[in-house]
Write a protein that binds this ligand. Structure first.
Ligand SMILES: [Zn+2]
Length: 518
């Protein structure tokens, strides 16, 4: 990370005419986002980073701001992403959110990964901190074909407040919370029955008249979406939000894993995003005129959780039991590799990691063909494979589904994957050989044993691909539809890999060329 970003301090508005008036109040607003339960390290800060160091920084900022002059907000993707999170099914992260006394938590897409019940448990533990105006949960699931309009009466639903008014130092700060509205393009499978997400623009439009009626001095939007000047898949609504709601003074963004110390977006909103994986704390200082009900001045910066910052011992102690349980789980032996499992290569061509995952999915589901990629860029050493290493191979909580496809449909799916070859989510092929042209057309399919092609192919995928891979695979999304009630297979892809390694140890890493270039 460049020094400019680490040290950047951004200033908005310099109308200093009001300086010194009795009606002016200074507040500190702190943000974290996309921490993904990184506790004591990060990807980008050598020997530093981690939520526990951020906690130390947060306490220091609270002290500096003085009692009752600070707001702490997290913008989601907090409770999933590390072995600690998975081993405790998010309990360690929820424990941290609670021990660190967050005022607001806005869930992100990955906060649904452990299922609706776990998100509800988090919501209950963090009461009343969870704000999210565009998400509704259905703990008992939705009946097949349920129309959105019929849902509220037909099915028990849980929704969350869209906003809350905080009084800090005599100022009234309205905080609105919204999650990603794009969830349908990431989830397929049992979890998909348990939620409905809608556009944040629509939900803010509903909430805004109530917010304005309370005459807040400052309006803050905390959202699990990011500001991207060129958002080709239209995943994020931040730009449109700034156009439609010029009342918003400050936006805390997330999801895109970008680093924004502070920038103006649209005509008024000041946009701040604290990076990802627990690198930075965003610190915003706002000067507020409580008579004119307006923000006079905003200054913001990102403070790195550098390695000189000590981890917060008090907060660590609050989750010590969970951390111990996670560490013990991580040491459990799953199987053995007879040689190093290289993460490199191209799925379906020369990638040992996707070859192994595909073989595991085929064995667990009985599918003849698997369309899957690699999920990690890290090698796994020869010798015993532990749960910690298994997690590194499959760091997501993906469900698995099997579709019955005609040859034409399978060709269309393969060609769509080839069009996305440059994306990190692109899948390879396993179980059938596809001869492909340089431009990505499938010339012909061939069974590996020379047998005739079956009339239909049973093809296994992970749930992320079946949901359309975040808008990248519309052909596959259309084929998968909402067929998860019939086509989802029990268990997630990591469990299938665990079972495979147990049954085939010592496993010898291998590759086979399923995609043959002509
Ligand atoms: Zn996200």
């Amino acid at each position: 990370m460049s020094k400019t970003i680490m040290l950047a301090v951004a200033v908005w508005g310099l109308s200093l005419l009001h300086t010194g008036l009795a009606a002016e109040v200074e507040l500190t607003l702190l943000q974290t986002t996309d921490i993904h339960c990184y506790l004591e390290r990060s990807d980008n800060l050598p020997a530093g980073g981690g939520w526990l160091r951020l906690s130390t920084l947060i306490e220091a900022e609270r002290q500096r701001a003085g009692p009752g002059r600070c707001l702490l907000i997290d913008c989601g993707d907090s409770i999933q992403g590390t072995l600690e999170a998975t081993a405790t099914e998010s309990r360690v992260a929820v424990g941290l959110l609670k021990a660190m006394r967050y005022d607001v938590w806005v869930p992100g897409n990955h906060d649904l990964d452990f299922g609706i019940e776990r998100l509800l448990a988090a919501a209950a533990a963090l009461e009343p901190g969870l704000l999210c105006g565009n998400l509704r949960l259905h703990p008992q699931g939705l009946p097949a074909g349920a129309e959105p309009a019929a849902e509220p009466t037909a099915v028990p639903a849980v929704s969350f407040p869209a906003w809350r008014l905080f009084e800090r130092g005599g100022a009234r700060v309205a905080v609105i919370g919204m999650t990603a509205s794009y969830l349908d393009n990431w989830f397929w499978g049992p979890v998909r029955d348990g939620f409905r997400a809608r556009s944040a623009v629509e939900a803010i439009g509903e909430a805004m008249p109530e917010v304005i009626a309370r005459t807040p001095d400052m309006i803050v939007l905390a959202i699990h979406q990011g500001w991207l000047p060129n958002d080709t898949r239209a995943v994020n609504e931040v730009l449109e939000i700034t156009r439609r709601f010029p009342e918003i003074d400050l936006i805390f963004g997330g999801h895109t894993h970008q680093v924004h110390p502070g920038t103006r977006v649209g005509s008024r909103a000041w946009y701040v995003q604290a990076g990802f994986h627990a690198d930075y704390l965003a610190v915003v200082e706002a000067r507020i005129d409580t008579e004119a009900h307006r923000v006079v001045d905003i200054v913001s910066k990102l403070v790195p959780a550098s390695n000189e910052i000590a981890a917060d011992a008090r907060v660590r102690a609050a989750v010590a039991g969970e951390l111990e349980a996670a560490a013990a789980f991580g040491r459990q032996r799953v199987g053995e590799l007879s040689a190093v499992l290289k993460a490199g290569g191209s799925p379906g061509e020369d990638c040992p990691s996707s070859e192994l995952i595909s073989a595991a999915l085929a064995e667990a589901t009985g599918a003849r063909v698997v369309v899957h990629g690699k999920l990690s860029e890290l090698d796994t050493f020869a010798g015993p494979v532990t749960e910690a290493e298994l997690f590194r191979l499959v760091p997501y909580e993906n469900a698995v589904g099997v579709l019955s496809l005609t040859e034409a449909q399978l060709r269309a799916v393969i060609e769509e994957q080839l069009r996305n070859r440059g994306s990190y989510v692109a899948c390879g092929l396993w179980g059938v050989v596809a001869h492909v042209r340089a431009k990505g057309q499938v010339v012909r399919l061939e069974m590996p044993d020379g047998a005739p092609l079956p009339e239909r192919f049973t093809v296994a995928f992970n749930s992320y691909s079946l949901a359309g891979g975040g808008g990248r695979f519309p052909v596959l999304k259309e084929l998968a539809g909402d067929s998860w009630r019939e086509n989802a297979r029990g268990g997630d892809s990591r469990s299938m890999l665990r079972a495979y390694l147990r049954a085939h140890s010592p496993y010898e890493p291998q590759t086979r060329r399923w995609l043959v270039r002509e």
